[in-house]
Write a protein that binds this ligand. Structure first.
Ligand SMILES: O=C(O)CCC(=O)C(=O)O
Length: 264
């Protein structure tokens, strides 16, 4: 493993990620980059540049019933961010971002999946919905569960505007089938689950902060109850020794080599 990576994670940061399944690195993207990303993301959301997943498509509780209903044209995800604009592609291959991912994965080689996340998540006032507790891996198909998500805040993220909440240590836990509902969301009517949910941590983020989380960590987020749109760029990475299972949705689009060994 290359030991010259910058920023270098401290032993405490590595331990926090291993224990909790997530880690926030403050100010990994500077204001100039945030402005550029935000400008393109806002334009694409307002001009509805496809491919977009709408709140009506996600169909979480409280979502508009169809794309034709009031609020039915509210974007939830601007998909295929890597191929949408070079500002997103440059960010997803950024040296400092992928250096952190390399350390968290323990792999000098870092692959970006174009089939999962790879999007701008938006939460729009009035029509946004909450996401229940889940693991991202629930519908992904990889040889190992060793994947890391990088969630970049393009604005402030708080419980009020639907910021991310995480359950520390759940990436290492096994759950009985009855703990989850038919869509693999954690059932909130189960007493043990309610105890676990009481341990939730809010990831409060400022523009430029990145939340890294293990794809097996249970997380959720509320609706946006403010009057400003929330935007976050999200990318998923894996390293040497992992690969999408051929023939599955995880293998649909070719991955991007986001980082390889640069120092001998
Ligand atoms: O912003 C949210 O509601 C959470 C999104 C999320 O966890 C996901 O899409 O996997």
């Amino acid at each position: 493993m290359d030991t010259t990576l910058q920023p270098a994670l401290t032993p405490a940061q590595r331990e926090a990620f291993a224990d909790d399944g997530f880690l926030v690195i403050r100010q990994l993207a500077n204001a100039e980059r945030i402005n550029a990303l935000r400008g393109v993301a806002l334009r694409h959301a307002e001009d509805q540049i496809e491919p977009i997943e709408y709140e009506a498509d996600v169909a979480y509780p409280g979502a508009p019933a169809s794309r034709a209903a009031a609020g039915g044209n509210t974007p939830r995800r601007l998909r295929q961010a890597f191929d949408r604009d070079t500002v997103f592609a440059d960010w997803m291959r950024d040296d400092r971002l992928t250096a952190v991912v390399a350390q968290l994965l323990g792999s000098d080689t870092v692959w970006l999946s174009r089939n999962h996340h790879n999007c701008v998540m938006t939460k729009t006032p009035r029509f946004s919905t909450a996401t229940a507790w889940h693991r991202d891996l629930r519908y992904w198909h990889f040889e190992t569960p060793h994947l890391v998500n990088a969630w970049l805040a393009l604005g402030d993220e708080t419980p009020d505007n639907g910021g991310m909440r995480l359950l520390p240590g759940t990436h290492r836990m096994q759950f009985a089938a009855e703990a989850m509902d038919s869509e693999l969301f954690l059932r909130e009517d189960v007493a043990d689950n309610r105890e676990l949910i009481a341990t939730a941590v809010d990831a409060e983020l400022a523009p430029g902060d990145v939340l890294f989380f293990d794809a097996n960590t249970l997380h959720a987020a509320g609706a946006n109850r403010t009057d400003a749109r929330k935007l976050s760029v999200v990318a998923t990475y894996y390293g040497t020794g992992n690969a999408p299972v051929p023939g599955t949705r995880s293998a649909t689009l070719e991955p991007v080599l986001a980082r390889s060994l640069v120092h001998a």
